[in-house]
Design a protein around this ligand. Sequence first.
Ligand SMILES: C[S@@+](CC[C@H](N)C(=O)[O-])C[C@H]1O[C@@H](n2cnc3c(N)ncnc32)[C@H](O)[C@@H]1O
Length: 249
Amino acid sequence: MLWRIFKYIEHLSHLRHRKGHGIHSPYLFEFIDRVVFNSEGVECPRMVLQEHRDLKNNVTITGGEGRSVSSFVLGSSVSEKYGALLYRIAGWFGPEMIVELGTGLGISTLYLASGSPGTTLHSIEGNTERATIAAHLVSRCNLGPVSIHWGEMDEKLSDILPLMPGRFMAYVDGNHSYEPTVRYVRNLLDRAGEEAVIIMDDIYWSRGMNRAWKEVTSWQETRISIDLFHMGILLLRKDLPQARLKIKF
Ligand SMILES: C[S@@+](CC[C@H](N)C(=O)[O-])C[C@H]1O[C@@H](n2cnc3c(N)ncnc32)[C@H](O)[C@@H]1O
């Protein structure tokens, strides 16, 4: 915890690209201004926010760990602010497929699927009870071509990888440790075209997760990395100059 606080202070002291200032690429400036900082005021559908809030107040015990839905949502699910960011990123890129590693209760799934309606979304979750709650959420909200795959991440990901087009959006939010995280991102990058976008959650959650972020951002293919502290965004377009951005979001 202390380490995270220290890292956050360090993050704030290294900011050079507040609100996109100092970014020379017009494409990247537009992404930061419109998508990250939402300069056009895009709003998530009320239904998405309502479902999120309902789950936040749900005290039913679930997940086999004696934990309530509410405690899982507050401690492990995406916040409204970051959910809305996922919604805008999905809407902006309009990917041909969305892949989510770590469904949880389906909250991030809800934001991603609503951001790009009609896009096939595959989401993987290893906990049966959570996967069931997420599947109910998906059908209740009529989210379209969304599949929740219950099982071990590596196994399910290897089933999905061959189906993935180059222009995908991936959200990596499961199994928060160094080695599996690096492996998932490596596998995703091996399928990726230049138009793919990969988002890693909790890049300062632990030393291991931070090491994973540093490692993937040292690779040539990850042309642009945007460090928002709670999330990291990787863009792969080769026509853009390499950039490593830290932003206070
Ligand atoms: C942080 S939660 C996901 C939260 C969700 N993305 C959201 O924001 O609403 C991570 C999830 O990954 C799942 N998970 C972790 N390791 C896994 C593994 N090896 N295989 C499958 N699922 C795994 C956990 O069961 C947990 O529900």
